[in-house]
Write a protein that binds this ligand. Structure first.
Ligand SMILES: [Fe+2]
Ligand SMILES: [Fe+2]
Length: 280
């Protein structure tokens, strides 16, 4: 079995600041990293973490330094992609020492796992909230899909193609997602798309492509699907997603994990020993 963990939309701000004046984003990321480091011995063959964009809230050098400082405590290697809140060249400069980071052009890469492969694509359009895969990105995807034969593939992006029903998010999704879907539909092996941006857990199937969005580590986008709703954030609990290839069924299983740590585990067998205090 091999696998990875998706973190997304960490929205790191400068020390002492809150994202949108409400959301303390560094704490949840620290919590996620501590939980992961603690849980790793219990999870088999997780090879790396993939962060699918909106690493920072404003794309400043200071925010990237803080993101890296927090992430570098992680006991796994990690790869990142930019989101609409990121700044491509500052992000590139922050990870210039990493082998997966291209020296120029879109921030895109391929990571091979045992049994499957992840292709990370850059969907950032500087100055816009919507996303696009440019011609370089589509060519990179075509070349890699051609090489992969029928290997199960996951395409990772910041912007999703699926519609959440939250108008402001759907207006700013992956504008040329259809071009990606056509390629994945035509791919002879199993294909999946994983994204962030919506700050909620979403799953659907479009044609033969499974599409998933992972929740953010910090705030969520309010689940308000009314046409006149303001785009709002809510402080729902943060989460991350584990993906593992199961050889027994030749498929990738996803598993949502809380960023927080909780009491337990306790063996189920000890139920008889439980004492319930009754009020006097
Ligand atoms: Fe975000
Ligand atoms: Fe975003």
């Amino acid at each position: 079995m091999s696998g990875f963990i998706q973190l997304t939309d960490t929205h790191i701000v400068a020390e002492g600041q809150l994202a949108y004046g409400r959301s303390e984003t560094a704490g949840p990321l620290r919590q996620a990293i501590a939980t992961l480091n603690d849980q790793l011995p219990a999870i088999t063959e997780v090879e790396c973490v993939i962060v699918t964009g909106d690493l920072t809230d404003h794309g400043s050098e200071q925010e990237y330094k803080r993101f890296r400082y927090i992430m570098d405590v992680l006991a796994l290697p990690y790869l990142v992609l930019p989101g609409n809140h990121d700044h491509r060249e500052r992000l590139r400069a922050t990870f210039a020492d990493c082998a997966w980071m291209p020296h120029h052009g879109p921030i895109q890469w391929r990571r091979d796992f045992s049994g499957f492969c992840v292709i990370g694509l850059d969907t950032l359009v500087e100055g816009e909230h919507y996303g696009m895969i440019d011609a370089d990105g589509l060519a990179f995807l075509d070349n890699n899909l051609a090489e992969l034969g029928k290997t199960p593939v996951i395409v990772a992006t910041h912007h999703p193609w699926l519609h959440s029903g939250i108008q402001a998010m759907d207006d700013n999704n992956l504008r040329n997602g259809q071009q990606l879907m056509e390629r994945l539909e035509a791919y002879p092996g199993p294909a999946r798309m994983i994204s962030g941006h919506v700050h909620r857990a979403l799953t659907t199937q479009i044609g033969n492509v499974l599409c998933q969005v992972s929740p953010s580590t910090c705030h969520a986008v309010h689940l308000d699907q009314r046409a006149d709703s303001a785009n709002s954030l809510v402080m729902e609990p943060g989460a991350m997603t584990l993906y593992q290839f199961r050889k027994s069924q030749q498929t990738i299983v996803s598993n949502q994990m809380a960023i927080s740590q909780f009491e337990g585990p306790w063996p189920f067998e000890q139920e008889d020993a439980r004492v319930i205090a009754t009020p006097a």
